[in-house]
Design a protein around this ligand. Structure first.
Ligand SMILES: Cc1cc2nc3c(=O)[nH]c(=O)nc-3n(C[C@H](O)[C@H](O)[C@H](O)COP(=O)(O)OP(=O)(O)OC[C@H]3O[C@@H](n4cnc5c(N)ncnc54)[C@H](O)[C@@H]3O)c2cc1C
Length: 443
């Protein structure tokens, strides 16, 4: 049932009815039209929970916004920019939703100073596994849910309405692409850079590391446009200074899904010319990947042409900034993919299911591609190696993609005791999936 256009209260009433209509014992899943997870599985036979009525910004007032849980950042940013504001952290893919980023941990180039999307949440209404709708805040009787929600991936409940902090913007962003000849030099710079609004980085090779420092400006001598023929990630190598509108800056990575659009030939000028600009979007590419996974087309072509089978290595991990050089050294040597995305971050508070040390500088390292499987090794050898190395470096791994931890390892990393207590409190009948089952076993 589509309930777009109705009020939030009506959407809540319809959702309650939809939830109670799911027979006990049947799996509960969201029926959403977009996703940015990288765990592909067959569509479930049972109908999902209809959340079509939860995709709007309800109010922007001063430095806060009241937003429904399934609102995409594309819509949220469009609305807040009209008020001269933006969310404190805007994940780069347009169809990531506010609820998805809060429960699944988003990150972006403001994270080095403003933390993570869930740290901007003042309060949220959550439909819990036991069918209640509770308001969770830092200081109320549901503070345990508030703090346990990030990294729970919808296994404790679904965020329906959130009040979040906003920050003021200026119309333009000035970018400086600084080149470093190794990761150690770049890591030292990350620890020192303070006077900036945005900070991220791109690694093209062991001796070619860039940090991109962004600052808001009121005027710009020129404006670049990477939504058509030109490609943003190439500009990092090609120019040292650049100017974008704040809108284009926030979505600079979406047009080419960082650099992953190359898999569809989109970085060849003639393909790029023929591909409509309106379809140069991460959700379009993700749908194509989902189709490929369903049809096994690429795997079949590899088999027919005698190429070795390939392993997807699509992960985001965090390591303490001073250990970034060690991680990249391992990565270049054993995985060997480039480019790689760097995003420095500092958590402001402690969040039990994703225990970053508050105030400590970490770097998120993102890499999305495939490598040939190694003869005699497990098909997921590289992903398992990454998990081991990240652990050894006192880091963490995001759970939006595949994971291979044993149950014990997993709960050591993601605070099993707190999680089980939250499950007992908010989903005692276990109507929602278990986090380990969902993220590792792929239920
Ligand atoms: C290639 C790639 C690169 C990525 N890079 C980044 C990045 O750079 N920065 C970044 O911020 N993120 C990145 N992500 C991760 C992304 O932010 C997370 O996967 C996020 O959870 C996706 O949110 P979504 O709204 O698309 O949710 P979905 O993909 O639809 O769902 C994700 C999970 O969240 C649950 N969920 C969805 N909505 C809610 C809700 N309202 N309440 C509770 N649970 C909910 C779902 O049940 C599901 O388990 C990347 C992902 C991929 C695949």
């Amino acid at each position: 049932m589509l309930i777009v256009g109705s009020s939030h209260d009506e959407a809540v009433a319809a959702l309650r009815a939809s939830y109670s209509a799911i027979p006990p014992g049947s799996p509960v899943r969201l029926a959403k039209t977009t996703s940015n997870l990288f765990r592909f599985r067959d569509a479930p036979a049972a109908p999902g929970l209809d959340v079509g009525g939860f995709d709007r910004v309800l109010e922007v007032r001063g430095d806060t916004a009241v937003v429904q849980g399934m609102t995409t950042y594309e819509d949220l940013v469009a609305e807040t920019l009209r008020h001269g504001m933006m969310p404190t952290v805007v994940p780069q893919l347009k169809t990531i939703t506010l609820g998805g980023a809060v429960t699944g941990l988003g990150i972006e180039s403001t994270s080095f100073r403003l933390g993570l999307p869930h740290e901007a949440v003042r309060e949220m209404d959550v439909l819990t596994g036991d069918g209640r709708i509770v308001t969770a805040r830092r200081d109320n009787e549901h503070a345990d849910l508030f703090y346990g929600f990030p990294n729970s991936y919808g296994t404790l409940g679904y965020a329906l309405k959130l009040t979040i902090d906003l920050i003021p913007v200026k119309p333009f962003v000035k970018l400086r692409h600084l080149r470093f000849s190794d990761a150690a030099e770049a890591s030292r710079a990350i620890l020192e850079i303070e006077d900036a609004d945005f900070l991220d980085g791109t690694v093209f090779g062991p001796d070619e590391v860039y940090l991109t420092v962004g600052t808001f400006t009121d005027s710009a001598p020129y404006l670049s446009d990477y939504t058509g023929q030109r490609i943003y990630f190439r500009s990092v190598q090609e120019r040292s200074i650049d100017f974008l509108t704040v809108h284009d800056y926030l979505w600079r990575w979406d047009t080419d899904w960082f650099w992953c659009s190359g898999a569809f030939g989109l970085q060849r000028p003639w393909v790029r010319r023929m591909w409509p600009d309106s379809r140069k979007r991460s959700d379009v590419y993700r749908r194509l990947v989902a189709l490929d996974k369903r049809t096994h087309l690429t795997a079949r072509i590899d088999r027919w042409t005698g190429r070795p089978p390939r392993e997807d290595v699509i992960q985001d991990i965090e390591v303490p900034t001073e250990r970034l050089p060690e991680f990249l050294e391992f990565f270049h040597e054993e995985i060997g993919m480039s480019p790689v995305w760097l995003c420095p971050l500092k958590a402001r508070e402690k969040w039990p299911l994703y225990p970053l040390e508050p105030g400590r500088s970490y770097v998120n390292v993102g890499f999305w591609g495939t490598v040939p499987q190694q003869p005699g090794k497990l098909p997921d050898h590289h992903n398992r190696r990454i998990e081991r190395v990240v652990d050894a470096l006192d880091g963490h791994k995001s759970l939006y993609s595949t994971s291979f931890y044993t149950r014990d390892e997993f709960w050591r990393h993601y605070d099993g005791a707190t999680y089980q207590a939250l499950k007992d409190e908010y989903d005692p009948e276990r109507r929602l999936y278990d986090l380990y089952e969902k993220c590792v076993r792929g239920t």
